[in-house]
Design a protein around this ligand. Structure first.
Ligand code: PMP
Length: 351
């Protein structure tokens, strides 16, 4: 431990992101990136924005992007917030809406950044158990709490909740903020954005990282009642009022505007996901039903860490979590058809 660290730094157990190997030869199915490139219109827009104006600060309100997102969601720009990836928005949302003296709730198996943020901001949390198949039971979220965060679909399980189940949670928790993290919703899930008008305590967080193939651009968005957006702005402007840079702003606008490209790539990812699950079943794998761009699979006879290592030695990188309850599962991002064929062939060779 460094003698210069604060007590806070010394106490933190930070989030560990998935490996980004230097060796480009890996078939990379470990961090839920989209296997397809971003829309060509995004590249054009970033190239066009690569000019002398880079000497100027960007628009601190990110207005052009919030305008196109507002149109996309059928709301006004006062309902929209944008940040450097949804991770940054979540990092703003925790101190904006959750207080140190009130316990927040999230599922026991979920995105591991949530406990990291809670600890960073000194917010107590309680985890709500999912069942054996990682289902989230909305009725368990009716206990007293200081806020709730739920990813839908969940990560890393891929389990999804229906809008009605999320409504049950919102109904039981009208006086505190409920954040629904929809990082993976575009791969067949159902968004709760239409509930924003009726539930002023609902903040929906989405990202361009997955369904718009822009993990490298770092753009996320949040949709909620203007009071919630104002809360996020207060934290943002107390931290880094510029958030998105000029290139990210230009690329993000083009990404939202190219709806046809987005729908086409998502359709391909969904189709690949479905045949991959079907191909794994006769090999003895069990997969959690997925509406995400990844699958969560287990084999009753083969240990997950061994499968992970064998796949890696064959040049295929998937994700393994050495954690209670999920240590016999692999999370496999959906690649192109060719990549998933290589994955299935490698699994067959290993079994
Ligand atoms: N939420 C969930 C559930 C995720 O899995 C991820 C991706 N790791 C994120 C948010 C963050 O994505 P990004 O910061 O790239 O928008």
């Amino acid at each position: 431990m460094s003698q210069y660290w604060s007590e806070l730094t010394a106490s933190l157990v930070p989030y560990v992101p998935g490996e980004q190997p230097k060796d480009q030869r890996y078939i990379k199915l470990n961090t839920n990136e989209n296997p397809y490139p971003p829309s060509p219109k995004v590249i054009e827009a970033i190239q066009a924005a690569t000019n002398a104006d880079l000497r100027l600060y960007p628009d601190p309100t990110c207005e052009p992007l919030r305008e196109v997102l507002a149109q996309y969601y059928g709301l006004t720009k006062e309902h929209v917030f944008v940040g450097n990836g949804s991770d940054e928005i979540l990092a703003f949302a925790f101190p904006a809406f959750f207080s140190a003296d009130r316990t927040i709730l999230f599922p026991d198996i979920t995105y591991t950044f949530y406990p990291v943020y809670a600890k960073l901001y000194g917010i107590n949390y309680e985890t709500i158990p999912t069942d054996e198949q990682f289902n989230i039971d909305a009725r368990q979220y009716g206990i007293p709490n200081g806020g709730i965060i739920i990813p839908n679909p969940n990560a890393p399980t891929a389990r999804f909740m229906l809008v009605d189940q999320l409504k049950t949670i919102l109904e039981a928790n009208r006086s505190q903020v409920v954040i629904v993290d929809e990082a993976y919703v575009d791969f067949g899930g159902e968004s709760v954005v239409p509930l924003v008008a009726g539930y002023h305590n609902l903040l929906v967080v989405q990202t361009l990282s997955k369904s718009r193939s822009l993990a490298g651009l770092r753009v996320g968005m949040a949709v909620g009642h203007p009071d919630l957006i104002e809360g996020l702005n207060r934290i943002k402007n107390s931290f880094n009022s510029y958030t998105l840079d000029r290139l990210a702003l230009a690329g993000a606008v083009a990404a939202i505007e190219d709806q046809a490209y987005f729908e086409n790539t998502n359709r391909k990812v969904i189709a690949t996901r479905e045949w991959t699950i079907e191909a794994l079943k006769p090999l003895g794998f069990q997969a959690i039903e997925s509406k995400a761009n990844f699958i969560f699979v287990t084999h009753p006879e083969r240990s997950a860490p061994e499968l992970f290592a064998s796949l890696k030695s064959r040049g295929i990188l998937v994700r393994y979590f050495n954690k209670p309850r999920i240590d016999q599962y692999l999370r496999v991002s959906i690649g192109t058809d060719e990549e998933m064929e290589a994955f299935v062939s490698a699994v067959k060779a290993i079994l």
